[in-house]
Structures are given as structure tokens and as C-alpha cells.
Design a protein around this ligand. Structure first.
Ligand SMILES: Cc1cc2nc3c(=O)[nH]c(=O)nc-3n(C[C@H](O)[C@H](O)[C@H](O)COP(=O)(O)OP(=O)(O)OC[C@H]3O[C@@H](n4cnc5c(N)ncnc54)[C@H](O)[C@@H]3O)c2cc1C
Length: 299
């Protein structure tokens, strides 16, 4: 990811400007404000603004005036209780506003999360730069033959080089056509963009509350999510860990690292603990559920 000199200057000015405030602030996130965190080859995530901290979640749950005389361990226990029992509204009291640069195909997956406020860069007004996503050779993989939505084995080096060359050639060709439509034919920007592929980068401001952000992260940090959106979700996860460390710890324990067991799965586990392990056939589970359960139990 490369910044233009004027962009780097603007960011340095933003980061050097410090104000005093009576509002609660999070030292962990303050340290990372405005800094673009690279994602994929040309993308980034950067924090533009935020509201609230761990204490804001606790205050909302208790409807209290401030920190009072409680200990950190009380706050931690309350946050863990709220997360464990899915009390969601206290987490909605915190907000995060991000500036994100991402390929259009990633944006299409991301925008399915409907509970955020979004403002996207307009290719009707502005001419798009020649910036498209080209995967790293090691991220090129064959179609998985089990999971229709996933990737299987990596391509060998020769195939990967051929695929990369094809992708690059197509993108460069499409961009040349885009410029030709704009300059030679004088076509409007809103129409000329039709020739650009979904590997092209777009940008947006994205604002979301912490409850819905955690939902987004649980979906998009999951190993079933596409690698490219996972890169962004993991980066945002690292920001959340610095912003609200107690919430992040509870989220990691009760959501990211947790498993939900169905009634039938519970019966299988109980039978195993009683020393009467059931078989797939008499478990009442489908083969897929059985495999998921055994994986979760480390069998
Ligand atoms: C690995 C993966 C694969 C996917 N594959 C596909 C696919 O092939 N095709 C496809 O179309 N989508 C796909 N999706 C998108 C997926 O189906 C969801 O649309 C997306 O993840 C957003 O989830 P959500 O609705 O829970 O989140 P949000 O939109 O953030 O909503 C959060 C919650 O708010 C509530 N809510 C929000 N809006 C409404 C509403 N209008 N009515 C009622 N309740 C609402 C719901 O409780 C919802 O869970 C995929 C997602 C993932 C993670």
C-alpha cells in the first residue's frame, strides 16, 4: 500500500494534532488513530473516530453516573456476563468510524452487513485510479471439491505465474479501455466505469456500533469467510482489541472461541461422557453435523 505524498502529509498532520477533552477515551485506540493499516496489496483500514470504551458498556448496563468505586475486576465480570448472556444494547453504546479502501468484490460481501452507516467514493464524480487487487501467488488456489464456496489446494508455481499474468493483463486492458472511453469518447464517468472489473479498489467511510461490529467480525473472521475479507476483519479485530480490551477478551472467549451445540449434539456429548459413545448412525446428526462436532471436540 502506497500513500501519495499529500496523503502522507495530511495523515501526519492529523496524527500530530492533540486536543484535550472531557469525553472518555481509550488509550489503546488513541495510539492508532488515523494510521492506515495495510490490507491486501493496495487497501487499508484506518480509524477516523470512535465513541466510548469498556467503561461505557458497564455504565450503560448499570445506568450509572461514572466509574464510582468499582474495581476493574467488577467491570470485567459484568462485561463477561453481558457477552455470555447476549445482552446486546450496552455494547451498542460504543461506536467506531473507519475509512476503508477495499476491492469491489470484498465491498459487495461487506455491505451485506446492513447495520452500519456507509458513504462510498463516487465513480460518477471522480475518475478511479489504476488500482486493482492482484492476489499473492500463494493465495491462488484451486476450487475446493467439498466446499462449493471455498478454496482447495494451492496452484503450483507455474500455474500461479500464468494466472497472475492473465489477471494483470485483463485489468490493465480494462483500465486502458476505461481511459479511452473517458478521453477519446468523452463518455460520462458513471458509464465508463462499467468496463472496470470487481478487483478494482473502492473506498468508504463505515460507521457501526460495537454490538453490530462484533457480529460482523464473528461472520468475517471465521475460517469459512473468504480470505480477502478476513484480512480486513482480522485488522479491525486488532483495533477492537486495543479499543475495548475487556470486551474483546469476552468476545474471544464467548463468541470467537465458543461452539454452539444443538440438543442432539448435547446428547452425543453426554453419551460420550457416560462412556457410551454413539455412532453417526444412531446419533440423530447428519454426517456434516457429526464431522463439525468431532472437529470441535478435537476428535
Ligand atoms: C461465509 C459467508 C458466506 C455467505 N454467502 C452468501 C451467499 O452465497 N449469498 C448471499 O446472498 N449472502 C451470503 N452471505 C451473507 C449472509 O447471508 C448475510 O446476509 C450477511 O452475513 C449479513 O448477516 P446479518 O444479516 O446477520 O447481518 P446484518 O445485516 O449486520 O444484520 C444484523 C442483524 O440485524 C437483524 N436485521 C438486520 N436487518 C434486518 C431486516 N431487514 N430484517 C430483520 N432483521 C434484520 C438480523 O437479526 C441480523 O442478524 C454470506 C455470509 C458469510 C459470512
Amino acid at each position: 500500500m502506497e500513500l501519495r505524498p499529500e496523503e502522507a502529509e495530511e495523515l501526519a498532520a492529523l496524527r500530530s494534532h492533540v486536543t484535550t477533552t472531557r469525553r472518555p477515551s481509550s488509550p489503546g485506540l488513541e495510539a492508532r488513530m488515523f494510521e492506515p493499516l495495510p490490507c491486501l496489496d493496495h487497501g487499508f483500514v484506518r480509524v477516523v473516530d470512535y465513541m466510548g470504551d469498556d467503561a461505557a458498556v458497564v455504565q450503560a448496563a448499570r445506568v450509572s453516573y461514572g466509574t464510582g468505586t468499582r474495581k476493574v475486576s467488577d467491570d470485567r465480570n459484568l462485561i463477561r456476563y453481558l457477552m455470555r448472556h447476549r445482552h446486546t444494547t450496552p455494547f451498542e453504546m460504543c461506536e467506531l468510524k473507519l475509512h476503508v479502501k477495499l476491492p469491489i468484490f470484498v465491498a459487495r460481501q461487506w455491505i451485506r452487513s446492513r447495520t452500519a452507516s456507509v458513504n462510498e467514493y463516487s465513480a460518477r464524480y471522480s475518475i478511479l485510479d489504476r488500482e486493482f487487487y492482484l492476489p499473492r501467488a500463494e493465495d491462488l488456489a484451486l476450487q475446493d471439491n467439498q466446499n462449493r464456496q471455498g478454496r482447495g489446494d494451492s496452484l503450483d508455481a507455474e500455474q500461479a505465474a500464468e494466472v497472475l499474468s492473465l489477471l494483470k493483463h485483463d485489468a490493465m486492458h480494462n483500465h486502458a479501455q476505461y481511459e479511452r472511453l473517458l478521453e477519446h469518447h468523452g463518455l460520462s464517468r458513471e458509464l465508463a466505469r462499467m468496463t472496470l472489473p470487481v478487483s478494482w479498489y473502492t473506498q468508504w467511510y463505515w460507521k457501526i456500533d460495537l454490538h453490530n461490529l462484533l457480529h460482523f467480525l464473528s461472520l468475517r473472521m471465521d475460517r469459512h469467510a473468504q480470505y480477502e475479507i478476513r484480512v480486513y476483519a482480522d485488522t479491525i479485530g486488532s483495533l477492537v482489541a486495543d479499543w475495548v480490551p475487556l470486551v474483546w477478551e469476552a468476545f474471544a472467549d464467548y463468541r470467537l472461541g465458543a461452539v454452539t451445540l444443538s440438543r442432539q449434539m448435547m446428547k452425543v456429548v453426554q453419551a460420550m461422557l457416560a462412556g457410551e459413545p454413539p455412532t453417526l448412525e444412531n446419533s440423530g446428526l447428519s454426517r456434516r453435523e457429526w464431522t463439525e462436532l468431532m472437529e470441535a471436540l478435537g476428535r
